[in-house]
Design a protein. Structure first.
Length: 297
């Protein structure tokens, strides 16, 4: 017998005084799902994602600084054969989602929208595997995935300032962690705690900082491609490193000279590469800018 049910959840405002009149709160209760596939889309605003509790698949809070039109919030959730499918869409107050004749969607934003009002807080379920696909447009984002069980992670940001944190070891395993950052600033902390096997980072124009703090006891691969900007890669000294760098007269690679040996053109190895318990093979392509490999304790 197939188990199938769907929730269509729309915005509901609480009338609890001045503060509550400016707040939206929605949630979906957990049932019998064994894993949840999450798709999050936001065109503009401040988006904060973090761990929730074991009883709610998702809890969403929205805060606006001024009274006005309702935000555009839609949560679509279904469960089939133990797999939850969560689609969460968040857009500014006064915006509307439109579809063209060929089926492609788009978000129309009125000229008088208050672009300083959006502040979203998304709490995801603790204790079951999550497959996350997040697409954000302009704004600011904070992904604190500490304490969650993440089995897949894909992040795409536009003109934004973004931060990703794994303050403790991920309870799941990510085969391929994908990050795409446009005209932006992107900071990631304790990436080895994400428990990934391969990481792909693609940056457009901006400043990027990837900190590979955390425990590593196996071999992993990292591919980095940056168009224009500054990239800093911070890796603990106990991790063995092999760097493959695509030489370009428009970009510059900076290494700690006492830490690395040049094997041949474009290939460098840390002196502890063959003895280290954890190893990282990093391939870097940079169009125009500076790339720095930094050793940390």
């Amino acid at each position: 017998m197939k188990t199938f049910f769907k929730f269509y959840i729309f915005v509901c405002l609480f009338s609890l005084g001045v503060v509550a009149a400016q707040t939206v709160h929605r949630e979906v209760k957990k049932t019998d799902e064994k894993e949840v596939h999450v798709k999050i889309e936001s065109s503009f605003g401040s988006v904060n994602i973090e761990k929730g509790n074991e009883e709610k698949v998702v809890r969403v809070h929205y805060r606006r600084k001024d009274k006005g039109r309702d935000p555009n919030l839609n949560i679509d959730y279904s469960v089939h054969k133990g797999i939850g499918e969560l689609y969460l869409e968040m857009h500014p107050e006064g915006s509307e989602v439109r579809s063209s004749d060929d089926g492609d969607g788009g978000v129309h934003v009125n000229a008088d929208v208050n672009f300083h009002a959006d502040e979203w807080y998304v709490e995801l379920v603790e204790g079951i595997p999550l497959y996350l696909d997040v697409e954000l447009g302009a704004g600011k984002s904070d992904f604190d995935l500490t304490g969650l069980m993440v089995n897949d992670l894909s992040i795409s940001t536009g003109a934004s300032s973004s931060k990703l944190d794994f303050d403790e070891m991920n309870r799941g395993e990510i085969k391929n962690l994908r990050i795409e950052s446009g005209v932006s600033k992107f900071v990631a902390n304790n990436l080895n705690n994400a428990n990934f096997r391969k990481l792909d980072f693609e940056g457009g124009v901006g400043t990027y900082y990837l900190d590979f703090g955390g425990e590593l006891k196996r071999d992993v691969k990292v591919d980095i491609n940056v168009g224009l900007g500054t990239m800093t890669v911070a890796v603990p000294r106990n991790i063995g490193l092999k760097i493959r760098y695509e030489d370009s007269w428009l970009s510059n690679l900076s290494l700690d000279d006492d830490e690395f040996v040049r094997k041949k053109k474009g290939i460098y190895e840390s002196q502890n590469y063959y003895e280290a318990e954890g190893k990282m093979d990093i391939s870097i392509e940079s169009g125009l800018g500076n790339v720095k490999i930094k050793r940390t304790r």
